[in-house]
Design a protein around this ligand. Structure first.
Ligand code: SF4
Length: 408
């Protein structure tokens, strides 16, 4: 928003090479993300060499982590910035930072949902993870600042507010010396135009359990728990330096099912971390078949410089094996998801319509987050409006999608 107020016309379109100035925000925590970031930079370097772009800037995690190497390898970029350099970017563009407008931002998504970053960084020490190296220790934003930004977003028409943090369970501990997620949610619920509040990335250990009763008593908090467990084998959880080992993880997942029956549980896993033999991998496969996570993502282990795993283990599982393990886990999940979706046929859900595609309006239930989860497809013969909620009856399903019709 400050860039727009500074006199620039701002667009967000990674396929648009016609801008005078381009700022690329990068990600760099695993290999795939780094490759994607570098591909994007190189596409824009080409456009800049062809004279289509005058000023090419790069910011974010990749440039924070590899600033010197990038300056040497891709000198065509005019300037690199790290992760917390908003002030320097504005200076470069000839704009003075306006502190009073710090909460105002341009929504790059469809406008009816928005993310609210409640803290930055992470205090945990998972052995494989480069995030604390890039983002540092957890810095929570004060509740007043977050409610002010949330009120601004509500004023822009946002109906679904998605709280994100590397570790939402930890929120507040650095700033208030006690976990404050329940208090933060309570404040945000006072903003009535948010019909849905969604929580992303809860760490299983030291989870603030008052969140369960808040969810039980407030239907506006999506019954959706995104809790990355990474693995289930006791040996692997220990190697990965997770503070919750096998029994604790199993106990906690069962507790979620007991406290919040019907809630969607999403998790992410890592396949191919050093030390994972067929035995541990089989334990993981059995567990995901049995537990039936509603949503699941799997990453192939990426050997990241500076992490404990990088310094202490050999990356001795081949890329082929890692990828075939990812595929095996995803194929189990595909069957689980197909079964779970089939069980929804005939039921009615509140659905938020995200967009209109060629044949369908595409929406989501409270059990699905944008871009990563399942969608509900409704024929365009019905007259629906993106950004609005409808009661939709499920009339069919596939592995990752539901098909529905509006309920009168
Ligand atoms: S909790 Fe998440 S962000 Fe923090 S170190 Fe572990 S994996 Fe990384």
């Amino acid at each position: 928003m400050q860039i727009r107020e500074g006199g620039y016309s701002v667009v967000y379109d990674p396929s648009d090479f016609s801008a005078d100035t381009v700022i690329i925000n990068t990600c760099g925590f695993i290999n795939d993300a780094k490759e994607q970031s570098i591909d994007t930079i190189l596409r824009f370097v080409k456009a800049s060499q062809a004279g289509e772009i005058n000023n090419l800037y790069v910011m974010g995690c990749l440039s924070e982590r590899y600033m010197d190497a990038l300056k040497t390898e891709i000198p065509e970029v005019k300037k690199y910035f790290g992760v917390n350099n908003m002030n320097l970017i504005l200076q470069e563009l000839g704009i003075g930072l306006k502190k009073e407008q710090i909460y105002e931002r341009i929504l790059t998504g469809p406008g009816h949902y928005a993310y609210l970053k409640v803290s930055e960084g992470c205090d945990r020490k998972c052995s494989f993870c480069s995030i604390p190296l890039i983002r540092g220790k957890c810095i929570s934003r004060p509740i007043e600042e977050l409610t002010r930004e949330a009120a601004y977003l509500a004023g822009q028409g946002v109906k679904e507010l998605i709280l994100i943090a590397q570790d939402l369970s930890y929120y507040g501990l650095d700033l208030y010396k006690t976990q404050k997620l329940p208090e933060l949610i309570t404040e945000l619920l006072k903003i009535e135009s948010f019909e849905w509040i969604r929580l992303h990335y809860l760490y299983p250990a030291n989870f603030p359990e008052e969140v369960f009763s808040l969810m039980q008593n407030n239907p506006r908090i999506c019954r959706y728990i995104d809790i990355p467990i990474q693995h289930i084998s006791g040996k692997m959880l220990e190697i990965m330096k997770r503070s919750h080992y096998e029994n604790g993880t199993r106990r906690f997942l069962n507790k979620i099912r007991k406290e919040l029956p019907g809630a969607a549980i999403r998790t992410t896993l890592i396949a191919g971390h050093p030390g994972e033999t067929e035995k541990e991998f089989n334990e993981l496969k059995e567990f995901i078949s049995e537990f039936r996570f509603d949503r699941l993502g799997v990453f192939a282990y990426s050997h990241e410089e500076g992490t404990y795993s990088y310094d202490n283990y050999n990356d001795d599982i081949s890329q082929n094996v890692k990828e075939s393990r990812v595929a095996e886990l995803m194929s189990i999940q595909q069957s689980v998801s197909e079964e779970l979706n089939r069980e929804k046929t005939g039921k009615v859900f509140k659905v938020l319509i995200d967009r209109r595609d060629a044949e369908y309006f595409v929406g989501r239930t409270e059990f699905d987050s944008p871009e990563v989860d399942n969608e509900v497809l409704i024929s365009t013969e019905y007259n629906l409006i993106p950004g609005n909620f409808y009661n939709i009856k499920i009339i069919g399903s596939s592995d990752f999608d539901l098909f529905g019709i509006p309920e009168d």
